[in-house]
Write a protein that binds this ligand. Sequence first.
Ligand code: FES
Length: 73
Amino acid sequence: MARIVKRTHTGPYKLEIGGEEKFLCRCGLSKNQPFCDGSHKLARSEDAGKLYWYDDAGQPHEVADAFSGIRTF
Ligand code: FES
């Protein structure tokens, strides 16, 4: 089973656990979920209003936004 989830955040969520800073991934690109691994920097070159998917090499691919109304986080 699989699903498509649209992510619009381009940076992590910072929190403190036991006096230690942790960064949770909000962009969906981290290979160390749920933690940020810096992969959100790939999203900096995205154009607003466009929709992308990323391959295993981290390369973005633009797609037609055929998913209007897709659930967004
Ligand atoms: S917020 Fe996703 S990798 Fe940093």
